[in-house]
Design a protein around this ligand. Sequence first.
Ligand code: BEZ
Ligand code: FE
Length: 274
Amino acid sequence: MRSVTKDNITEVFMGYLSDDTDPRMREIMGSLVKHLHGFAKEVGLTHEEWRAGIAFMEGCAGIESEDRHEFVLGSDVLGLSSVLGPFHVSGAPPLEVGGDMKRHYGGPILLAEGVIKSTDGTPIAGAEIDIWQTAPNGLYASQDEEQDTYSFHGLMTVGDDGRYAFTTVKPVEYTVPSDGPVGDILRACGRHPRRPSHLHYIVTAPGFKPLVTEVFPDDDPYLDQDTVFGVRNDLVMHYDERPAEAFPEGMALSGKVNEPFLHVAFDVTLAPED
Ligand code: BEZ
Ligand code: FE
């Protein structure tokens, strides 16, 4: 068709796809283009606004690097993706059950523990839990030259009882990077870049679907306004404060804690593989 207009462009686009286009590709491109054209028509997109959109994407590409994933961040703040986050460093060193991630860092001690189990409640022996969080300055190791590569990262393999346990510093709320194009969008929309404090977990075991998740304390002021929409009711946990004398045996810090500490019990359930 030669007389392409804004009224028939979507149809013309579809007509350009060859008959042997992969059906999934056809479905995705067809829907994408339909919504893209519909969006531009609905808002009456001006050339200047289109240019600003292109500049946004160019800006994201310009600062994209191994440690800075601006497109992922953009996708997260728009509510299209969430959970893993752009700061996970794979290959964390092993952390024994009861191990300590806090090390020399200041801040309240948090003892986190729980059982990794299947949907019928049976502990999953040998499950792996990959744990990560920010340092007390609100920065992940990958964002902060002052930290070791794997600080506040640990990979734990649980025993027959399925129990994981570790000490760390109480996670802090932090801001996602806002000095790039995504920060500009947040400000233009009157939004803040804050996330409620949380611990990240990736839990895996043979025969089960991997779980990528994060857990949040129930008293965090940003629980209802997470800039990347990661909070779910079943991911909210409660810290209780315990006296130093209540610190249990069997932990790397046993016998070394002489201040009140926070404790949280949070079990993790894995669904079987299909
Ligand atoms: C995070 O929790 O690490 C995160 C998630 C999405 C965007 C930025 C950070
Ligand atoms: Fe995070």
